[in-house]
Unconditional design. Structure first.
Lengths: 220, 255
């Protein structure tokens, strides 16, 4: 039995949730496995119940340009399913992940019968739209170092492990992936991480980053 | 990894004329496929509103009670950054929706809306429209698709602002404005949207000084012509060469 995060179906009546659960298939992905690939045909709606998923996209020259991290309660593939476009991103499970999947056909059929399902998906997307708009302003006008430090804190808060000395980010993200997550150059990621380490804000252990509680007052 | 370039479908044609306003070419495509009786049902929800030029329709953070359909005029949607920095998120013109994400997303406006010219619109209350959507799921489906396209557009803009130069961003915006609001004249394609240099800077996410410097450079290269607040596109192909290309062929929210 999969554990359903409270925020996943927030706002939906219990009987509507049951309709989705009855039609959905439970999919399990081990860490580092690909859920779908950029350019694949859209194949439905994925509801992340457990685990962490990394969404990435490359541009036409195969440069990594987009990274987003998703946790329990978030939706994947909704935009492509609604627009019937190929997948805009590749989705990879970073940790063992369990998802409820509604095929494209089931998603549309249930949606046309129960508009609440469409309104529920639209609510998830509207929330993300609000987040992207704030991120756009931040990207345009905030210094790279501040953006990276804020991203570190947000990732640590959402996906980090609490240790005696602080929050440990252990998601195996490369320098290039941090750069695409924040929208800065990979060289800036290296420079800022080393500066933060020198100031005693973080400790670097390969790709693992420990945000030290003792340095919390130094964060922006 | 083999990359397949993702191309979003072309923009759907406008929907039926819902408001009945004179000169309106049709309402948003989310209302396509509505029966006569459903159109009449929708018309009963519309409340006409008018604004002067440079008037604020709603403020960021203020409570939201519904959304607007713009019938005539143009409106800029602006988000406040830190300090005095602001970002114009998009320009909304006739037939388009304003604040539609607020139907789903909480009760406060995420940005401010200010008119660029005298504007007439129709306001629809959130609860009444949600009831309407439940009775007409295909409109709910098209509205959800519109929000999905907006998301793709903002994602493309996020990538653009991170990786493209100020000049490339400004050139793309000038081209997009010319294609949406351009009128052929003797001097060239005139952008009719009443935007200041500061507005252009806030659309591109650059400083006003950089915008002015870049516009002057584009004028010296004879790609555009500046005449007080008027901007003419003289060489569309030349500007295209400089312009940033959005990572996907986004059709919503390119301004």
């Amino acid at each position: 039995m999969v554990e359903i995060p409270a925020q996943l179906f927030a706002g939906l009546a219990p009987e509507k949730i049951e309709i989705i659960r009855a039609a959905a298939h439970l999919l399990e992905y081990p860490a580092d496995s690909t859920i779908y690939t950029q350019g694949d045909p859209a194949d439905g709606l994925y509801c992340l119940c457990e685990g962490v998923v990394k969404e990435i996209s490359l541009d036409a020259e195969e440069r990594l340009r987009w990274v987003r991290l998703l946790g329990p309660g978030q939706l994947l593939g909704s935009g492509e399913s609604l627009c019937s476009t190929p997948q805009m991103q590749t989705a990879i499970a970073l940790r063992q992940s369990r998802l409820l999947w509604l095929s494209q056909e089931e998603f549309r059929n249930i949606g046309m019968e129960h508009a609440d399902l469409l309104l529920w998906v639209a609510t998830h997307m509207a929330r993300q739209l609000c987040h992207l708009r704030s991120a756009l302003v931040q990207r345009a006008y905030t210094e790279s170092a501040v953006r990276l430090t804020e991203a570190l804190q947000n990732v640590a808060e959402a996906f980090g492990t609490v240790t005696e000395r602080g929050r440990l980010v252990d998601l195996d993200l490369s320098r290039d992936e941090w750069a695409a997550l924040v929208g800065i150059a990979p060289e800036t990621v290296s420079r800022v991480l080393h500066q933060l380490a020198e100031r005693g804000v973080i400790e670097l252990h390969g790709r693992r980053i420990l945000l030290l509680d003792s340095a919390r007052s130094l964060y922006p | 990894m083999a990359i397949k370039h993702v191309v979003v479908q072309s923009k759907p044609p406008k929907g039926p004329l819902i408001c009945g306003a004179q000169g309106c070419a049709g309402c948003s495509w989310i209302f396509q496929g509505l029966s006569e009786s459903a159109q009449q049902e929708l018309q009963k929800l519309l409340r006409p509103v008018r604004y002067e030029a440079n008037e604020t329709i709603f403020h960021e953070g203020a409570p939201s009670f519904g959304f607007f359909i713009i019938c005539q005029g143009q409106v800029k949607l602006v988000k406040q950054g830190s300090g005095a920095k602001r970002q114009i998120l998009k320009i909304v013109g006739p037939g388009e929706l304003l604040g539609e994400e607020n139907i789903f997303n909480g009760k406060a406006h995420g940005a401010s809306a200010r008119t660029l010219e005298p504007t007439s619109a129709r306001f629809i209350k959130r609860e009444e429209f949600l009831d309407f959507l439940k009775r007409h799921p295909h409109v709910a489906l098209q509205l959800a698709e519109k929000i999905a396209r907006e998301l793709q557009g903002f994602q493309a803009k996020l990538i653009e602002v991170a990786y493209e130069s100020c000049r490339a961003r400004l050139a793309r915006i000038l081209l997009a404005l010319a294609r949406e609001y351009g009128v052929p004249e003797k001097e060239g394609l005139r952008i009719t949207a009443k935007l200041t240099r500061n507005d252009l800077a806030e659309m591109a996410g650059i400083s006003t000084e950089t915008a002015i410097r870049t516009l002057t450079e584009l004028e010296e290269r004879r790609l555009i012509k500046l005449e007080r607040r008027k901007i003419y596109i003289l060489d569309e192909d030349g500007l295209e060469e400089l312009a940033a290309t959005l990572p996907s062929d986004t059709v919503e929210n390119v301004l």
